[in-house]
Design a protein around this ligand. Structure first.
Ligand code: ADP
Ligand code: MG
Length: 498
């Protein structure tokens, strides 16, 4: 071999070695990045873990906090608010009634016509619109004028066909925010939740604000009841099935109410009702316990929210927040490695990933996870390989599984408080016989998250059986109530007239 050939051969070997070294280097870096992502996922999954032992601790904490909230004003993060609802619609109601419902994302208007028999419930003209986002930060005048205007348009559409012509219309105002009631038809706003922020309204009578706006428009409508959305759902549940004693909402936010004996409401000594009970609005979104599996993502979400240090339970289980937890985990992965490409500025925007998209990704059954790819593209993340898409689905699963299981623990906590969890409950004020008899108990559930996100619903129902055990859970019936809060509120107003 000549000298030149030897030099060439040596150079070729060196070049081949460097190419190989670069490739090995790349592969090692890529493996390291993948390990980073897997590490973030594993750490997140562990932090979200909800074995049944932990769920039982949450159940106990919920029951204890309920007691504390009933014992004294400010005794717990659970406000356990009186609703002044001491009787629920029983099916004998008659006439035409209206409901206006201000939720966290939607407002709804509807009319019900009742024929005096349970089977004769005609729900008419359900209108459902997204709440224009500027209203959430406006003034009370702007908000209530908008609601009155929407009601006026609704009534105009009735034309001459309605039975209500010439008669004052009775309206339920379903209001999905915490209110301190002074009667069934009046109460002041305690605080805003779910991203609403009209500070001048805190402390104002909500029913009076709406009635004022209706009067200003010359509408002959009477705000006959101010109803928490959970109480509306309970009313519809009870109307169909008198074993219904608990109602829970999983929508933009989350909350629960239940029927409590007045003598257990210790903070209101001497509270007398004909039925001996009253519906208590728990405002359970604000529940907190050190047993809740909280991650660094939850802490950051809370710190950056408009209501930090508030509504800790709601921020782990409700529709407004699940998407943002998922987004935060993806963002952290994207910052820690380049498997999502260059970090997208869209992905850095709070709340840009909605829970609707989380369920669409979670339930994507295409072999290549095309829906996941499409949603990621909307977030400014393109061309991610299948294994990365699978990681995203896993994040959705972890977040929703934790939410569903904690939601179940919350429900089991209420069952425990009222002695329907089969354990004998917390005994104060209850007779032994009452504890030992396992009664059929219906839990009315509604809200967009529960109604539309199958995996959330399945995880919740599965965990409820796990917590209660097969035997007791046979007595606990979870019933979905579509539009329950609005329809039920109208039924409640009807029951007040009869
Ligand atoms: P509101 O909270 O205004 O009363 P809903 O009860 O209809 O309204 O809940 C709306 C919320 O439910 C949405 O903001 C979203 O968080 C959640 N949601 C609605 N549809 C879905 C879905 N397909 N998958 C997951 N979450 C959903
Ligand atoms: Mg709602």
């Amino acid at each position: 071999m000549g000298k030149v050939a030897v030099v060439f051969a040596a150079a070729a070997v060196v070049a081949a070695c460097s190419v190989a070294a670069v490739m090995v280097g790349r592969r090692m870096r890529s493996r390291r990045k993948w390990r980073t992502v897997v590490g973030i996922l594993k750490e997140f999954e562990d932090a979200c873990d909800t074995p049944v032992g932990r769920l039982r601790q949450v159940v106990d904490a919920m029951a204890v906090e309920m007691h504390a909230g009933l014992a004294s004003e400010g005794g717990s993060k659970l406000k356990m608010l009186l609703t002044f609802v001491d009787g629920l619609p029983n099916g004998t109601e008659k006439g035409t009634f209206y409901a206006l419902h201000l939720g966290g994302t939607y407002f709804r208007i509807l009319r019900v016509h009742l024929g005096g028999q349970r089977s004769y419930l005609d729900v008419q003209d359900v209108e459902r619109h997204p709440i224009p986002s500027h209203l959430m930060n406006s003034t009370s005048e702007v908000l209530f004028n908008f609601l009155a205007f929407s009601l006026e348009r609704f009534i105009e559409k009735e034309g001459n066909e309605s039975d209500s012509q010439g008669v004052r219309r009775e309206l339920a105002f379903t209001f999905s925010f915490p209110v301190k009631h002074t009667s069934i038809s009046s109460g002041v706003l305690i605080k805003w939740t779910k991203g609403f922020k009209i500070s001048e309204m805190v402390g104002k009578d909500i029913a009076e604000c709406l009635q004022g706006a209706l009067n200003r428009r010359g509408l002959d409508m009477h705000v006959a009841a101010l109803v928490n959305d959970t109480v509306g759902a309970l009313s519809l549940g009870y109307y169909h099935d008198p074993d219904t004693v608990i109602a829970v909402i999983f929508g933009t936010g989350s909350n629960a109410c239940y029927l409590e004996r007045t003598d257990a409401i210790i903070k209101c000594q001497g509270l007398l009702t004909t039925s001996g009970s009253m519906v208590v609005n728990m405002e359970w979104g604000n529940f907190w316990s050190s047993h809740l599996p909280r991650t660094s993502y939850d802490i950051e979400l809370d710190a950056e929210s408009s209501n930090s240090n508030d509504m800790g339970f709601e921020k782990m289980i409700s529709g407004l927040y699940l998407g943002d937890i998922v987004r935060r985990v993806i963002l952290r992965m994207s910052q820690g490695s380049d498997i999502f490409g260059p970090t997208s500025s869209v992905l850095s925007e709070p709340y840009v990933l909605r829970t609707n998209s989380v369920s669409a990704m979670h339930e994507d059954d295409t072999p290549d996870l095309e829906e996941v790819a499409r949603i990621l593209k909307d977030l400014g993340v393109s061309d991610v390989p299948l294994k990365v898409r699978k990681v995203v689905v896993k994040i959705c699963d972890v977040v929703t599984r934790r939410a569903g299981r904690l939601a179940a623990a919350g429900i089991a906590g209420i069952l425990k408080k009222i002695g329907r969890d089969g354990s004998g409950g917390i005994t104060s004020g209850r007779s032994r016989n009452e504890i030992q008899m396992q009664k059929r108990t219906v839990v009315a559930v509604e809200g967009g998250l529960y109604m539309n996100y199958n995996m959330f619903r399945e995880y919740m129902e599965e965990a409820l059986v796990e917590i209660l055990g097969e035997e007791v859970s046979q007595y606990v019936v979870v019933k979905a109530m579509e539009d329950g809060s609005s329809i039920g509120s109208a039924l409640l107003v009807a029951s007040l007239q009869s």
